[in-house]
Write a protein of this length. Structure first.
Length: 496
């Protein structure tokens, strides 16, 4: 604890964003380049090094937050990077994409703004790359065991890196043409530029991990045949079965799932396309769904120069302060938060019919209307109460040329053949069933991440990858493993 009074004397200060007018003209990250390091040491000083650090418990990775806060305040970046990487394979991902449940569990957050844990984490990760503290760590010797990991999202990559470093030969199978899963084609570049992903993949290649892209297991390769070729298989395909909106007019042209829209915009950034076939340019866009994926669509539509863009959230507008009765500290509270995309849409007045940040709260879709050619032209909505019941007299229509459904995901895609070919058992909600060791009903086949847990956060995905790696390592080496297992398959976030 470098400054015992830091939490009393230093106010919270976050990584500043670039001006809206500047950042919406490109796809670069929204933050001011180099704007974090000048403030981060003082922000780390705000950590109280409390006796019981609830930030550890709130983070499924068990990040050693007070330790690396103290090291950053002393500007010992090498030691800070070592402590950070001891629990997190990809801190530059979580430092940009995680909603930071650790900050909700910060003891300082009981009566003051929390320590900027997420910003400190990101600063350490970026400094580690700049200073060469993130060198490849290949194993000293190989075990002779082989493992196939299906899926290259954060769970698959974390599992693969841990198992490779333990000495096993690991091949990662990815259906897309590039590694990264949703981090590659789902997350917009303005939230995380892809060079962060590329250098981790290169690090893993240097350590010995092998990648098989453009290979859909279940179609290009039979899943059962793959199991026969490897000593173990880890299924980390994610929850890619998107939820539908069964209302009249859903079959009209111009209504698409968010994950049909976002990958095309990312491919434009990758140079694969000159223009997205679903570009929002000069179109009236409505996004149905109030979560992070909806916000990603919002920021993308703004950059594609939509004529207007409105986001519908079925929930009522949350307050700005924690409700101590329903969401007491240290749980993660549902608060009114202004993402970069909402700030942009509000500043540019992109949604005249909505509130200042382009969102319409407590709004439910009734039906779509179309033109004579079968294209969507409007969305009928109604205001709902806290029980999601329509409020009489509140129905209205918004113009819509492009509708994006961002309603979340229900589980793994069963259409790719993996589940049927392996004969995997499923939970009632559609996720892959597994036991306390992450193993499925098929010997040697393990399931981790959103495919088994259900839709969750990136920090839980990485924790799942690290934990399933420890289970696979124990299975292959006879019951012992040096790999850490931060969570169990039945662990869940802190709740009341």
């Amino acid at each position: 604890m470098a400054d015992p009074k830091g939490f009393l004397t230093t106010p919270r200060q976050e990584w500043p964003r670039r001006p809206v007018e500047e950042r919406v003209r490109d796809w670069d990250e929204v933050y001011v380049p180099g704007g974090l390091l000048p403030i981060i040491s003082e922000q780390a000083d705000r950590c109280m090094d409390c006796g019981v650090p609830f930030c550890h418990e709130a983070c499924p990775l068990g990040n050693l937050i007070p330790e690396w806060n103290d090291l950053v305040s002393r500007e010992d970046w090498r030691a800070a990077a070592e402590r950070l990487h001891a629990t997190n394979n990809f801190p530059e991902f979580t430092g940009r994409l995680c909603p930071a449940p650790c900050e909700a569990g910060c003891v300082l957050a009981i009566n003051q703004p929390a320590v900027t844990i997420k910003n400190v984490e990101c600063a350490i990760a970026d400094k580690a790359w700049e200073e060469g503290f993130a060198a490849p760590a290949p194993p000293d010797r190989l075990s002779g065991r082989t493992i196939a990991v299906i899926g290259s999202g954060p769970t698959g990559l974390a599992a693969a890196q841990q198992l490779t470093r333990a000495g096993h030969t690991v091949a990662v199978y990815e259906r897309d043409d590039r590694v990264g899963g949703l981090m590659r084609y789902g997350i917009p570049a303005f939230k995380m530029e892809k060079h962060h992903l590329e250098r981790r993949v290169e690090q893993m290649r240097a350590e010995g991990t092998r990648f098989r892209t453009s290979t859909t297991v279940g179609r290009d390769v039979d899943a059962a045949e793959l199991r026969s070729r490897y000593d173990a298989v880890v299924i980390a395909t994610g929850a890619t079965a998107w939820r539908e909106l069964p209302v009249p007019g859903r079959d009209l042209a111009g209504i698409h799932q968010a994950m049909e829209y976002l990958p095309l915009a990312n491919r434009v950034c990758e140079g694969d396309l000159e223009r997205s076939p679903l570009s929002a340019e000069e179109r009236h866009v409505i996004i149905v769904g109030g979560g992070d994926t909806g916000a990603d669509c919002l920021g993308t539509a703004v950059r594609e120069r939509a004529a207007s863009v409105t986001q519908l959230d079925i929930y009522r507008k949350p307050g700005s302060e924690r409700d101590e009765e329903s969401e007491p500290w240290p749980t993660y509270p549902k608060l009114y938060r202004l993402s970069a995309a909402h700030e942009e849409a509000g500043a540019l007045v992109m949604a005249p019919a909505a509130e200042a940040d382009a969102r319409l709260f407590a709004a439910s879709t009734l039906r779509f209307e179309g033109d004579e050619e079968g294209r969507v032209r409007g969305l009928h909505l109604v205001e709902v109460d806290a029980e999601r019941r329509p409020v009489p007299g509140t129905e209205r229509t918004l113009p819509a040329d492009l509708v994006l459904l961002a309603l979340g995901f229900s589980g793994p895609d069963q259409g790719d053949g993996i589940i049927a070919q392996l004969g995997l058992e499923l939970e009632p909600r559609g996720t892959i069933a597994r036991g306390p060791d992450f193993g499925t009903n098929v010997p040697g086949v393990f399931a981790a991440g959103d495919a088994a847990r259900g839709q969750s956060l990136i920090v839980w995905a990485i924790a799942e990858g690290r934990a399933v790696a420890a289970s696979v390592d124990r299975c292959l080496t006879g019951g012992t493993s040096r790999l850490p297992a931060p969570i169990g398959p039945y662990d869940r976030p802190i709740t009341v």
